[in-house]
Design a protein around this ligand. Structure first.
Ligand code: UMA
Ligand code: ADP
Length: 441
């Protein structure tokens, strides 16, 4: 079920193995349709609806992550097993798996750990929710390691992951349009620890730490001195990453030094330790990693202000981290809004009050954010990113930071978060080159 990246990868994988497959999507024009027609012309497919007969005749249903379990069960009169593409992957994976989830930081830690393994000379395949479906990572010969970013959607119908090491980086509200409550979202995430050999816990996140059972092999990480196996503490007047009592490296030697990046580095190091990656190449990678695009990236200084693209800030937790991470009390002009996914925006209130000078709101759920921010800072409503950037340019003064961190999905105005970030970046770059049309004020 589903004809996006996942569904197509499943169809191709099963077809290659001679396993009969049918594929359907309830969208009229699903994104994978032309690939299906071109690469798998003989596979029966349906679009525009789900077919109950096909579903009830299946030996097994593989559900794409964008579809909730009820979208399948609603059509079933027979008892048909339902699983994720990740479950299918676990049946064929022939190397140790590291699994990474959390509300924020998954892609960063997945990529960082993959880079560590490469630096150590290991053959490593990196993917999952990051973008490349896990089935596409199954290569001959087998690699030394799979590093998978997993979403709560993928974990819901994954039963036999058996990761060598797994982590939930942190937990804050996301996808509340899919889950009845935060507990359901948390329960989906918690499935990552099932049958995991060594579990990694964020000691600073009470909801994650509560999942630890002291007898099961594990490592913890914390941004507070000596609060986790991997932690941050002072060594001869310098802030350092530590493993237990051993200083590893000074934070100042890292390219990415913000608090969230320190936490992500500690998580990656804990995972590396759990799978016995050698320390020296890991530390080199901690120092050299420059991060991923659209995550709190500095675009440049325009109109005497610093402009940052955090388009991947698609939930409240990420936006809070971005605002706090800039460390510019009352000097941030925040551009936020889009599709709120049923989120409660009220946790933004206090941080916006302390750090922001103004908020510029765009997209479908601008009014919902505004309700949460009443009587905090001046709010401006704009109908396009162009107008939002223009408004920010008018408001920005010396020493200010303009931050795009929407706390929302982008699909109401853009193709995806990358598109949103690219549009923003281009507009900001246009400010200096004079391409910007000031008559649109
Ligand atoms: N959809 C339908 N009808 C269908 C099938 C899907 O309307 O029959 C809709 C879904 O509700 C969703 C969209 O189509 O809005 C895409 O769903 P999909 O399951 O077909 O998505 P894929 O193209 O297979 O991409 C998925 C992940 N997408 C989702 O979980 C929504 C990708 O994560 C992932 O990179 C890819 O598999 C490879 O593993 C994206 C994502 O947004 C980046 N993930 C969420 C997040 O990170 O917050 C969880
Ligand atoms: P994910 O894959 O979980 O969405 P990313 O690494 O893509 O995570 O980062 C998404 C957003 O979350 C970005 O805005 C980034 O700045 C922020 N972020 C990254 N790591 C953390 C963290 N450890 N805690 C809070 N926010 C984070």
């Amino acid at each position: 079920m589903g004809m996006g990246k996942t569904g197509i990868a499943c169809a191709q994988f099963l077809n290659q193995r001679g396993i009969p497959v049918r594929i359907m999507d309830n969208r009229a024009q699903p994104p994978g349709l032309s690939i299906l027609r071109n690469t798998l012309p003989d596979i029966p497919y349906l679009t525009g609806e789900f077919n109950a007969n096909w579903l009830n005749q299946a030996q097994e249903i593989i559900l794409s992550p964008g579809l909730a379990l009820t979208e399948a069960t609603a059509h079933l009169t027979n008892s048909i097993p339902i699983c994720s593409e990740i479950e299918l992957f676990t049946r064929y994976a022939n190397a140790p798996i590291v699994a990474i989830t959390g509300s924020n930081g998954k892609s960063t830690v997945t990529t960082w750990l993959g880079a560590m393994a490469k630096q150590a000379g290991w053959q490593v395949q990196v993917g999952g929710n990051l973008g490349t479906p896990a089935l596409k990572l199954l290569t001959e010969p087998a690699p030394d390691l799979y590093v998978l970013e997993l979403s709560s959607f993928q974990l819901e119908t994954t039963y036999h992951l058996q990761a060598k090491a797994a982590v939930i980086l942190n937990l804050s509200e996301d996808h509340m349009d899919r889950y009845a409550c935060f507990e359901d979202y948390k329960a989906a995430k918690q499935r990552i620890y099932q049958q995991t050999a060594i579990k990694i816990f964020n000691a600073d996140d009470a909801a994650v730490l509560a999942m630890r059972s002291p007898d099961h092999p594990h490592f913890t990480f914390s941004l507070h001195p000596y609060q986790g196996d991997f932690h941050v503490a002072m060594e001869q007047g310098e802030l350092c990453l530590y493993y237990q009592t051993q200083p590893l490296l000074p934070v100042s030697s890292m390219r990415l030094t913000s608090a969230i990046m320190r936490a992500n580095a500690l998580a990656a190091l804990a995972l590396a330790k759990a799978i016995d990656l050698p320390l020296v190449p890991c530390l080199k990678t901690v120092q050299e990693f420059t991060g991923l695009a659209h995550r709190c990236c500095w675009i440049g200084r325009k109109q005497n202000a610093d402009w940052f693209n955090d388009s991947k800030g698609t939930n409240v937790g990420a936006t809070l981290a971005a605002i706090q991470g800039l460390e510019r009390p009352k000097q941030i002009i925040l551009i936020a809004g889009g599709q709120g996914k049923g989120a409660d925006f009220s946790p933004l209130r206090e941080t916006v009050l302390a750090h922001c000078r103004a908020c510029i709101l765009i997209g479908e759920d601008a009014q919902l954010i505004a309700q949460a921010l009443t009587e905090t800072v001046p709010l401006y409503f704009e109908t396009s990113m162009e107008m939002a950037v223009h408004r920010a340019a008018q408001l920005a003064g010396s020493g200010d930071a303009v931050l795009l961190s929407p706390a929302c999905a982008s699909f109401d105005m853009f193709q995806n978060y990358e598109h949103r970030g690219e549009v923003f970046t281009k507009l900001v770059q246009g400010l200096e080159s004079g391409e910007f049309d000031h008559s649109k004020a």
